[in-house]
Design a protein around this ligand. Structure first.
Ligand code: AKB
Length: 311
């Protein structure tokens, strides 16, 4: 049995859907702070900081695999630093300890490009390099990565992780990240024909279409354990583009679309992150291969959003 913590979030909703397609609706327990609309399988209300409730759910369903997605993202955690640290770290320990105590067998926990910082090489950022994050979110993800590796090496815990780039999907809205503009822009392009961006026009960041990100997550989790050479977190490259370039891709589909720029505090966060990522280790270890580039992602995003609006 599988438990997804944070099933109501941007990644969670899509991951639950895909896991249920593969393993069956009744084999995947979704959990979140609040009840979810989609009740296609078992659901439990769970605050990721409530260790007793987590243990209760794990025992009730005989959970063996946990996808722990609950976290405060970069922009939100800057507004509540102490709580961001507490949520992102304590909840991870609760899950890691379940595996250390042999109650569960396998964990997926997402890290992020936010582990990098201003002294990290910005282009084609290597797997092993300077990590000097400037945000609470990045600090918590970097600390989490070190703990994952520690638990894997010292207690034999089977924990797997990906440093997600900015994720772009049509089914759900992101919650409180620096890369959120790249989802918002598609919604606004269809609704208003224009978009005001909170980053500068040349703020290059690594991004990825949700379908690729979900596939990467499941492929990593399905790989043989002896193929996984990285127990902290794998770099995942994705597509690198700037607000100006995504606007140009949208303009190809909606010629009247316009963009303007009004950078806020998130610009500084974006400047501290890489512009592109080297994911050759993921390619080598578990045959990772991305499918979507900027143009085919844009075509798919716009057509899916149009379909959803028509419903
Ligand atoms: C954020 O912008 O905080 C996230 C991330 C890159 O991890 N999307």
């Amino acid at each position: 049995m599988i438990l997804v913590i944070g099933a109501g979030g941007q990644v969670g909703q899509e991951l639950v859907f895909n896991l249920r397609e593969i393993y069956g609706n009744d084999k995947v327990v979704a959990s979140d702070l609040r009840e979810l609309q989609d009740q296609s399988g078992p659901f439990e209300v769970l605050n990721a900081l409530d260790k007793n409730r987590l243990h209760e759910i794990v025992a009730k369903y005989k959970i063996k695999e946990v996808y722990h997605l609950a976290a405060l993202l970069s922009a939100t955690a800057e507004k509540q630093p102490k709580f961001g640290w507490e949520l992102n770290m304590d909840s991870l320990f609760y899950v890691l300890d379940l595996a250390k105590d042999k109650i569960i067998d396998k964990i997926f926990w997402p890290s992020s490009i936010a582990v990098f910082g201003p002294n990290t090489p910005r282009d084609n950022t290597p797997q092993h390099t300077v990590t000097d994050p400037t945000t609470v979110y990045g600090i918590s993800k970097l600390a989490g990565e070190r703990w994952c590796e520690y638990y894997a090496k010292n207690y034999g815990v089977d924990v797997r992780s990906i440093r997600y780039p900015g994720l772009i999907g049509y089914k759900t809205l992101p919650g409180g990240g620096t890369t959120d503009y790249a989802v918002d822009i598609y919604h606004q392009a269809l609704a208003e024909g224009k978009y005001e961006c909170f980053l500068k026009e040349n703020a290059y960041l690594p991004m990825m279409y949700m379908e690729d990100a979900i596939r990467a997550t499941i492929e990593l989790m399905q790989s043989d354990s002896d193929k996984i050479s990285i127990r902290s977190s794998y770099n995942l490259g994705g597509i690198s583009f700037s607000p100006k370039e995504i606007a140009a891709a949208i303009k190809k589909e909606i010629p009247s679309f316009t963009i303007s720029y009004n950078p806020d505090f998130r610009q500084k966060i974006a400047e501290s992150w890489p512009s592109s990522i080297d994911d050759s280790q993921a390619q080598k270890d578990w045959n990772w291969k991305m499918k979507y580039d900027l143009d085919n992602m844009t075509i798919d995003m716009l057509s899916q959003l149009k379909k959803m609006k028509a419903l």
